[in-house]
Design a protein. Sequence first.
Lengths: 248, 250
Amino acid sequence: MVIKDEGRAARVWALIAGFAGAEAVSVGHVCRAAVPVTGTDGAALSLVTAPDRRTLLHATDGAARRLDDLQFGLGEGPCVDAWRQGGPVLVADLGSVEAMARWPWFAASAVEAGAGALFAFPLQAGAIRPGVLVLYRAQPGLLSDEQLADALVFARAALTVTLDTVGSDGVEGRSTPVASGWLGQDRAEVYQATGMVAVQLDAGLDEALARLRAHAFTTDASLAEIAQQVLDRVLRFTPDGTGGSDAE
Amino acid sequence: MAREQLLTRVFVELADTLVADFDVIEFLHLLTERCVQLLEVDQAGLVLADQTGRLRLVAASSEQTRLLEVFQLERDEGPCLECYSTGRPVVAADLAAARDRWPAFTEVALRRGFAAVHSLPMRLRDQVIGALNLFQAEPGALDTDSAALGQGFADIATIGLIGERAAREQALLSQQLQTALNTRVLIEQAKGMIAERAQISVDQAFTAMRTHARNNNHKLTDVAAAVTRGDLVLDQVTPGGRRNTDGQRK
C-alpha cells in the first residue's frame, strides 16, 4: 500500500490537467480522471459540513449520484464514516455480511443501485475537511495497492481544487495545477502557520490556508517560505488586507 | 533504577496505554520518550510514509524545531529514507564520516548537534510503513542489546499504530495510517493557533496542549480538535509551558 513513488503526484496532476484541457481545473475533471486510473466505474464528490449536510459538486454518472444521495439521505455509509473518522473507508463487497451489518440501510440500497464495491476518501488537511470523494465499482473487488495509492493522491488533488474554487467569501480562488505546489509540500510549518493566521484573521483554518497560498502566489515565494515568515513573526495577516502585511 | 526494572516499567506503561480507544499520537509520543530514556540516546522520532511514499514525522521525543528541521530533510535523503526504502536498519555511527552519503542531511544534522543516527524499520510482513530514528549527540553505535531493544520499540510502535485487525486487513491499514497522518496535521494546526493566541512558540504550544490533555485525562487528539473548533482556547500559558488556568473559554 505504501509505494515509494515521488512522481505519483505529478503524474496524477498531469492526468487531471489533460481532462481540463484549456479550462480551469474543476472537481469534475478530478472525478473523471480518477475513474479510469483507479479501475472504477464512477466517482462523485460532495462538500460536507455535517453528516447530514452536504452539497453534491459532481457525479460522473447516475449511479455515483445515487450512491452519494443515499448515504447522506440515510445518514449512514462509507462516505459518512470517512468524513467523521478522517481516513478512507474501503468496502470491497457491499453485499457482504460485514457491510450489511455496518450499514444495514445503505448497503442494501447501494447493491440495488448497481454498486458492488465502494471506496470513500475524505478531503482533509487536519481540521480542514471540506468533503468526500467516492469511487464505486459495479462488481465487488478490492483496489490494488497501486490503485489505492493513486486514489489517495486524487483525493489530495480534489482537496486542493475544492479549497481553490470554493474559497471563503472575499478570497479569490485559483484552480490552476500550479497550486499543486501545496499538494506535494505537506510540511509541518505550513500547518502551524495556518493555525496562527486563522487566529490573526479570526477566521477558519481553510480561509487561513487560502490566504497563505494566495500570498505565496502573489509574492512569488514558496508556501513553506511564507509559512516560516509567519512562524518567525515577521509576517502577519489582517482581516481587511488583501494579502499578508509585514509586522511593524 | 536498573535498566531491567526500568524496562519492565516501560513495558507495563506502554501495554497500559494500548487499551481500547487509546490516543495513537500520545502513545507514539510516549514511546519515543521512553526510547530516549532506555536506549540512552538524545532524541527519537517516528516517521510514516504518506500516499506518495514521502516520509512524515508523526511523533518525536521533543517537538524542538531543531529536530523537526532534521526530519524535514529526511524527505529527500538520509538514513531514515534509506531505512524505509530498503526495509533494513541503517546505522550512521559517525555522521561526520557520512558527508558523501547524505550531504545535505549530514550538514544540517551536525549543525543541529547530532553526531550519530540509527534508523530502524517499522515493518509489517513484506511492507515497510515507516521508521524509528534515534539521534545521539556523540558519535558511536548502539550496543547489540540496545539495538535489539530499539527494534522492539519500532515493532511495538507498528502494532500500536495499526492494531491487530488492521495488520490483517489492507483496507484498515490504509485507514489507520491516513488517520494518524491527518491527526498529526490537526496537531500542527492547533499548535499554531495556541502559539498565536498566547504569543508563545509552537514548541511551548505543544507542551501546553499535552499538559492539558494529561491533567484533564483527555486524549491529545481530542484536545487538538477542540482547539481547532474554537471550543478550547488555552491562551493562558506561561512561556515555561505551564498553564495557570484551566484554559477553558470563559
